[in-house]
Design a protein around this ligand. Sequence first.
Ligand code: XLS
Ligand code: NI
Ligand code: NI
Length: 447
Amino acid sequence: MTQEFFPQVRGRIPFSGLTSSDPLAFKVYDPDRLVLGKRIEEHLRIGVCLWHSFVWDGRDMFGSGTLDRPWLDPALEPMDAARMKMAVAFEFLEKLGMPYYCFHDADVAPEGGSFSEFRANLDALTDDALGYQERTGVRLLWGTANLFSHPRYQAGASTNPDPGVFAYAAAQVCHMLEVTQRLGGTNYVLWGGREGYDTLLNTDLRREGKQLARFLHLVAEHKARIGFEGTLMIEPKPQEPTKHQYDYDSATVHGFLARHGLADEYKLNIEANHATLAGHSFHHEVAYAMANGMFGSVDANRGDPQNGWDTDQFPNSVDDLVMPLYEVLKGGGFTTGGFNFDAKLRRQSTDRVDLFHAHIGGIDTLAKALLVAADMIEDGELASMVEQRYAGWSDPLGASILAGEVSLEDLAAHVEAAEAGPRPVSGQQELYENVVNRHVWADSRTS
Ligand code: XLS
Ligand code: NI
Ligand code: NI
């Protein structure tokens, strides 16, 4: 496209600081600023997803599209439309100035009349994407295959009762993994899509579990065969679109992987809104993944506290993000992963620049949370309070228990010999909360 789609945005969004009232400038996200010895851009590794911003036209189950997305006009020749979409996406990426993007095969390639046509379309558009990547410097954070939109996947992909559907899904992942490799993607994500059930009456849980495990083995084998060096990741979600999704949450996926000898092959891509749908906090999901060596990447967004579905709103609460960011920093930060903005506009946000406002706000929120979390790491108060709470485990009793040096009987004898039992100790929750808020409220680092 020779004409710009976002003419209101001239050049790259600058960092202007908190004193700026320019809506098209970052207030906190200064990519080059050093935090704990690393540039903010390298800490956050932010990606933009193509599906919500360029493939969705604002339709919901009550009404048609509201957003200005001319390339989605069904009257257009599909490959022309696909090329227009990619041009606009890269114009956006370049102007926003983020280092990464993410997409599903079907976000860029028209379906065509057969798998080989789909494959050829995807290959041609991958060539185009390579050119854009070279010209703009934008890189692929992760690729994925859409195994949920087409009616063939209505009863799941690998967990479908029909092995023909399993094979079709395998073909798609086989190819998209190779496309991801060609584009230099640093990760490949599998979100379960419709892997789950709507009713147990027609569902054989035992079979479907086996099928899913087989599929994940095949993907890991193909990764090894082609020498893809990125990380394979699974994205948990508890429900939607199915009533019950198999990849319910981090702990469930971790357990499934461990049971099937796959825990070393996959990491987790944790989405904030999926965490809250599962009845957890985003903090919990990140902390679980970190504690178990399963942390991979993040889909940044938020739900609505009054709505029980995946509203995929742009993050806007520093309070909600400080502790997840603290866990990420404490755990050593991202390796191959990053923050992918799996977030979409509200249906009434119909100005083209709304896409910029949404991302700028979300990115600034993340950056501010990073600064607060880094302050907490440097100050060390929270960590030392937790350390202190568990200090007994370094004393002779705790150490001998952990080392496996004492039996249940030894412990019984120890308790009988002691004059008094252990004394309850305060958990100090409010004090901990105050420590966190002291850092949230201190704004020295953003001025
Ligand atoms: C849907 C998921 C999806 C994945 C990619 O809820 O978040 O967008 O991130 O397939
Ligand atoms: Ni997601
Ligand atoms: Ni989601």
